[in-house]
Design a protein around this ligand. Structure first.
Ligand SMILES: [Zn+2]
Length: 858
């Protein structure tokens, strides 16, 4: 096949030629006739194609918009690929054996030909409207959400009534009579983005995860070919959701439906750009085709109630429900990114029981989990459970802050928009890059550090930015987007283009986003290196930090835009609080030190107990134990302080010239009373403390340090809380029956303890949580908690289960008010809310929970 776009006639000849050469595989069906009398054709592709309609199927439609040529071209190439590889590639072979592909390469032949021959920017079909104008936007002519417009010359004019057009009625009739379709793709250009279907609500759907995963897994296939990654974007508030499109019609029939917007131009240079788009989509479509059976009635059912059981600093336990079955196992997937793939790269568990524990995780880090059931015999997999988002707990010495971008310090600065630049701040979105009208545009994002203590030591930082639109980025493989931390004293006015453009970057954070990696609808984040954390830490004294986002600063000849749009979450066009840029900072604070002297020191020999500390072996090779205890009630209040490190410091008074193999252990013990030798011998050892010391070490060092290991530290912390004494025993060991070798320890024995001020327990939960409806919105209100340690309330919504954790759902509110509105919630959909109180650590309270029931009157 030649490397150039095919005309519709050439396409038809090609299809009939394919049918002729592969009669068992391909059947061409005419499904309608256009206004200009062209055949609308569909290719059925399956092994033993006469049985095609009895197998689960995937629908593909291309070029419903005339000027979006990629859909047509890709379909032809994919058909050719399948025919060629049907007996070679085992995935293709098994997909064709079990499933069917229905492909309409061009759903708008009249428009396509008009675009090819007369006006390349034509989008609609070629029907003559009542007023003499031409064309209906076919992708606004389906019935779901159909909106009648009067402007017939509009590019999105949707026709007189739903399915008024030959093209849409043709595909409707086909879909209505083919209930075997489980997945549908509608191919468009441009934007390198997937748009999964929606139900005209900005809320999670039970198969939302399925659609996101399907797209994300296709992304992994693209990446193998071109390194590219498409956005995955269901559309978010308050962006108007498009009405009357094919996608929502298919979705209303229970089909997983996705629009794919390919490339950065409608009609790109074929060999330079279009071929890459096609080459990356072929393996992606092949993958999608292999998923058809998993969404059919043959597949196992979806896992229910997939949720969090417990969370630790480095582990997460998940539980779910499923009827007990011998032939089913579960695959668990984990990622640190939203909308990531679920494949071998992200699969972390294969289990038989209804529980999975994921360990060796990073503290205070976000993780996304989902799960599917797999039938061992058929190998078919279930749809995915809705994603569960978790944040691991903090380690004992850690705090975190999620700092949202400040409204007054966040906006974009255009080279040619000097007068307006000030007004961009806190208003809508960050335009970053360059275009003809605005010139170079930089994004500025500032964060207020008032809540970060001056003695904070930053351990890790992640900067999150939400890409909301990449349609203005029109050039493939051109430019990159960098994040830099600015030197605070190198600019005076954050709203001045020249000031910010010329400000000094303290450092550029992590890796730039290349144009091929630009997405929309998937959070971008930058992880700071240790050095970058130190640079940010220096900004704490300034009480704020300012970042600049730079895009490309020039355009190749003949190009007009390479502009990326990131959300700031504010203003009329922003997506609200959940889409604001975030600085996620994990830190500790400088510790304080205290030295405790031992409160008692004894030596316990075979026949007596004496004052002073000794240990070793007596004249008869019996052990001589040293016993010591500490009154840890002298430590500051355990509710407000956490021990971070502890070591026993001890010094020997005598030493031996000859060598021996004696080694000393310090043990943490539980003893009611130090009485007899027998008591000590029968002691309950809790844990060894740190490492043992060899007798020979005693000659080399002035002091011996026994540093508490993790378990000992936990025990010490527990004793501190319980107000108990810390009791230790020094135990000598030898393998050779040593005699008469006793070390005298100095009375100067101390415990060096490091601790930080950190609240231990969460505040109580709020009470009297209520739902009301006000101003056409769901309003939540509660009785607050009056406590000086209160930092605020955190409100979360989950469409499937009660949020167990502050990250387990969509954030609705964070702050000190005793109420909030859920601006984007639908009245018609059941959902669950939880309100958590939090302090400055933050420790989150147990949730106060409430369910919204659409049938109830509020
Ligand atoms: Zn389109």
């Amino acid at each position: 096949m030649k490397n150039q776009y095919m005309s519709y006639d050439e396409s038809l000849s090609f299809l009939y030629e394919m049918q002729k050469s592969h009669p068992d595989l391909i059947e061409i069906v005419k499904i309608g006739t256009t206004y200009e009398d062209r055949d609308i054709v569909l290719a059925k592709i399956s092994k033993d194609v006469s049985t095609a309609d009895s197998k689960p199927a995937m629908l593909y439609t291309g070029s419903i918009h005339a000027r979006e040529w990629v859909g047509h071209e890709l379909a032809l190439k994919f058909i050719e690929y399948l025919a060629k590889n049907q007996n070679i590639d085992p995935t293709v072979e098994s997909s064709l054996a079990s499933s069917t592909l229905y492909m309409v390469p061009c759903l708008n032949p009249d428009g396509y030909e008009y675009s090819r021959k007369h006006f390349s920017f034509w989008r609609k079909n070629r029907r003559k409207n009542y007023d003499g104008s031409y064309g209906v936007d076919l992708n606004r002519n389906f019935s779901i959400g159909f909106t009648k417009q009067t402007n017939t010359s509009s590019n999105v004019y949707g026709g007189e009534e739903p399915f008024s057009e030959a093209e849409t009625i043709a595909i409707k009739n086909f879909v209505d009579t083919h209930e075997n379709i489980t997945i549908a793709f509608d191919y468009h250009s441009q934007g390198n983005v997937f748009f999964p279907a929606h139900k005209f609500m900005h809320e999670a759907e039970v198969n939302g995860t399925d659609m996101n995963v399907l797209c994300a897994n296709m992304n992994d296939e693209f990446a193998k070919v071109t390194g590219r990654k498409y956005g995955i974007h269901r559309g978010k508030p308050p962006t108007a959701l498009i009405s009357g499109s094919g996608r929502e019609y298919y979705y209303s029939k229970g089909i997983i439906a996705i629009v794919v917007e390919v490339g950065t131009k409608n009609i790109p240079d074929y060999m330079k750009s279009m071929s890459g788009s096609i080459n990356e989509n072929i393996p992606a479509l092949k993958y999608a085709f292999s998923e058809v059976m998993n969404y059919s009635s043959y597949a196992p059912s979806r896992v229910e109630d997939f949720t969090i059981d417990s969370i630790g600093a480095t582990s997460v336990s998940l539980i779910w429900k499923y009827e007990p079955r011998e032939d089913i196992y579960f695959e668990v997937y984990r990622s640190t990114q939203d909308k990531d793939a679920c494949n071998d790269r992200t699969r972390v568990g294969i289990v038989g029981e209804n529980r999975f524990t994921d360990s060796d995780l990073v503290s205070s880090c976000n993780y996304f989990y989902t799960i599917r059931a797999v039938n061992k015999k058929s190998n078919l997999k279930s749809p995915f459970a809705p994603i569960v988002k978790v944040r691991t707990e903090l380690e004992d010495d850690e705090f975190f802050k999620l700092i949202f971008a400040s409204k007054t310090g966040t906006g974009y600065l255009g080279e040619f928009t000097q007068e307006q630049n000030r007004t961009h701040f806190g208003l809508n979105s960050l335009f970053v890059g360059i275009n003809k009208s605005k010139g170079i545009c930089n994004g500025v994002v500032s964060f207020d550090f008032a809540t970060i203590p001056q003695n904070a030591i930053i351990k890790s930082v992640r900067f999150y930015l939400y890409p909301m639109n990449r349609v203005g980025a029109k050039i493939e493989k051109f430019g990159q987007w960098d994040l830099s931390l600015l030197e605070a004293n190198s600019f005076t006015e954050v709203t001045d283009f020249d000031d910010i453009e010329n400000a000094d970057a303290k450092c550029t954070i992590g890796q730039a986003i290349k144009s091929s990696q630009l997405t929309q609808g998937i959070w971008n984040f930058w992880d700071f290196s240790k050095y970058e954390c130190e640079m940010l830490q220096e900004e704490i004294v300034n009480d704020s930090a300012t970042f600049r986002i730079d895009g490309p600063k020039d355009l190749p000849d003949g190009e007009d835009s390479q502009m990326m749009q990131f959300d700031i979450g504010y203003g009329q066009f922003g997506g609200g609080i959940q889409y604001r840029p975030i600085l996620d900072i994990k830190y500790t604070v400088e510790d304080e030190k205290i030295h405790l002297q031992a409160s008692s020191l004894y030596t316990i020999c075979m026949n007596n107990k004496e004052e002073g500390l000794k240990s070793g072996f007596d004249d008869n090779s019996n052990r001589v134990y040293g016993y010591l205890d500490f009154d840890i009630s002298q430590l500051p209040n355990p509710e407000e302080n956490r021990i971070t490190e502890c070591a026993l410091r001890i010094r020997n008074k005598n030493k031996f010239k000859t060598k021996s193999d004696v080694r000393f252990y310090v043990e943490l013990v539980e003893l009611d009373e130090v009485g007899s030798y027998q008591d000590i011998k029968d002691r309950d050892k809790i844990e060894y403390i740190g490492y043992e010391v060899a007798e020979s070490d005693l000659n080399n060092k002035n002091y011996q340090y026994f540093k508490f290991d993790t378990l000992s530290k936990i025990m010490l912390d527990k004793m501190h809380q319980e107000g108990k004494k810390l009791k230790l025993v020094i135990k000598p060991t030898s393998s050779t029956g040593v005699k008469s070798r006793v070390i005298n320890w100095d009375d100067d024995v101390s415990l060096s303890i490091k601790y930080i001020q950190k609240r231990r327990s969460p505040l109580p939960a709020v009470s009297n949580l209520k739902i009301t409806k006000e101003q056409k919105m769901i309003k939540l209100s509660w009785d607050g908690v009056s406590d000086k340690a209160l930092n605020g309330y955190y409100v979360v919504r989950n469409s499937f289960h009660t949020p167990k954790h502050f990250m387990d759902g969509v954030k609705i509110y964070g702050g000190k008010d005793n109420y909030t509105f859920d601006n984007f919630a639908s009245f018609d959909k059941e959902k669950y809310y939880a309100v958590f109180t939090y302090d400055n650590v933050p420790n989150f309270s147990t949730p106060a929970m409430i369910k919204y029931n659409p049938l109830e009157i509020y």
